[in-house]
Design a protein around this ligand. Structure first.
Ligand code: HEM
Length: 305
């Protein structure tokens, strides 16, 4: 949890689905948040033993996993040296005192990686000119979908999101295929949810929709509580081509702040009002915001008045 949002993608977002990829400096690839120690303990507990709900991999992803782990270790010691010390074989985390054996033969490299950084990672490789998910470690999931994509493509990943494949599917396939080594890119998704935790509970999609309905009942009585009842959840997604194996590393870092964090930010209040006011009911329902939208809009309008 932060005092002010680390990223505000809603400021520049449009109401329609967008590709929204921007160039990214490699120094910005990974992030260490203010609750790093507590968060990593929860993330490690969730991923321990690679439960199939959060972790899956194909044998042929091993080379890409090892390359990704090497690149992450090098990036951490270069750009987060205040927190991480070590080398390609082992890392120490100064915040929680944890030690990570990067060469542990009993564990897959992606599994080891999941316990080191706050980012989740998904690896894509091409198969018959299609980009296929070959490994996924996804503790943040808000739908359970990503891990179930192992062995499948982006169309499958986006199938449950109403109209996304029809509107943007071919462009997404193209841009994913064209990410080049040395030219990483970043994009964002965001939504408003009553679930504060960066790690959603099991049955995440249904839990989110149910929590939205429960929050809507509370806010129907008093929409002024929206600022403390709801959370702004921002997903930062990075895309980096691995130069040796040619696999694509898709990284996800999730941020969660109380909606009240933007109370004094006129630009953010206006942006949320514009976007939530124009999203289709289908899209709001999928994101668990259909029930809460009315209360959120009223709360925003009062702050803007
Ligand atoms: C250029 C690349 C991508 C674009 C433009 C894109 C776009 C989007 C958009 C617009 C949404 C809907 C969010 C909303 O309603 O506001 C979405 C959701 C989603 N995307 Fe992507 N996406 C991309 C890459 C990926 C990748 C690499 C994966 C991983 C396999 C992925 C998996 C998902 C999933 C699972 C959802 C549903 C969200 C949920 O219910 O958890 N996306 N994506």
């Amino acid at each position: 949890m932060t005092q002010s949002p680390r990223h505000r993608p809603y400021l520049t977002a449009g109401a329609a689905f967008e590709i929204g990829l921007q160039p990214m400096q490699t120094a910005q690839w990974l992030d260490v948040g203010p609750d790093h120690g507590v968060f990593m303990a929860a993330k490690r507990a969730r991923l321990a033993g690679c439960p199939p709900l959060y972790y899956r991999s194909l044998d042929r992803s091993r080379g890409a996993q090892a390359e990704l782990l090497r690149l992450v270790a090098a990036n951490l010691t270069a750009h987060h040296a205040d927190v991480f010390t070590g080398d390609a074989r082992s890392l120490n985390d100064r915040i929680d005192g944890s030690h990570h054996d990067l060469a542990d033969p009993a564990r897959e490299p992606l599994d080891v990686l999941g316990g080191v950084v706050e980012e989740d990672f998904v690896l894509f490789d091409s198969e018959e000119r299609r980009d296929i998910v070959v490994a996924a470690s996804n503790a943040y999931t808000s739908s359970g979908r990503i891990v179930s994509c192992v062995g499948r493509d982006m169309r499958f990943a986006h199938d449950p999101v109403p109209n996304l494949n029809d509107d943007l599917g071919s462009r997404i396939d193209r841009v994913i295929g064209h990410v080049q080594a040395g030219k990483p890119v970043v994009r964002f998704n965001w939504f408003v949810t009553p679930i504060a935790s960066r790690l959603f509970p099991e049955g995440s999609h249904d839990a989110n929709v149910a929590a939205g309905s429960a929050a809507a009942r509370l806010l129907a009585a008093d929409h002024r509580k929206a600022g403390q009842t709801l959370w702004l959840r921002v997903e930062r997604q990075t895309f980096l081509r691995l130069p040796e194996t040619g696999a694509l590393a898709f990284g996800i870092h999730t941020y969660s702040d109380p909606l009240s964090v933007i109370s004094g930010e006129r630009d953010s209040l206006m942006a949320l009002h514009r976007l939530l006011g124009s999203y289709s009911e289908e899209r709001l329902a999928y994101g668990g915001m259909l029930a809460t939208r009315g209360a959120i809009l009223k709360w925003l309008e009062e702050r803007l008045a």
